[in-house]
Design a protein around this ligand. Structure first.
Ligand SMILES: [Zn+2]
Length: 116
């Protein structure tokens, strides 16, 4: 049931041009700053949500980035920093170029965020 509610909430938040989602202003984390420096791109610090594997609704993906600046990490995976760097590259591409590059074609994934 919890999985269904989360999926429904995500669907609702993703539709419509006018969103009342108020983005929190977060202090940049050291890992995010490291990826900014590596890529040469800057953006606001995205929200990072850690979700237990038992509640994880995204199948085999170990992490997920949504274009409104939210990252979901499956807390089961040991190398959280590796996952974070990868999702941060998606975020920096989205904010700077309007394309999160779901196919991982940008070389910055290999250079700064681990190719997937
Ligand atoms: Zn990816």
């Amino acid at each position: 049931m919890r999985k269904l509610l989360l999926a429904a909430a995500l669907t609702l938040s993703g539709c419509g041009a006018e969103s009342d989602f108020e983005r929190p202003v977060l202090e940049k984390t050291p890992v995010f700053v490291e990826v900014e420096t590596c890529t040469g791109l800057n953006a606001y610090q995205p929200v990072v949500n850690y979700i237990a594997n038992s509640d994880w609704p995204y199948g085999q993906n170990s992490a997920l980035y949504t274009s409104d600046g939210i990252i979901y990490i499956n807390s089961m995976f040991a190398d959280q920093v590796k996952l974070l760097k990868h999702e941060y590259v998606h975020h920096l591409l989205q904010v700077n170029y309007g394309d999160l590059d779901p196919g991982h074609l940008n070389e910055l994934f290999g250079q700064c965020g681990y190719a997937s």
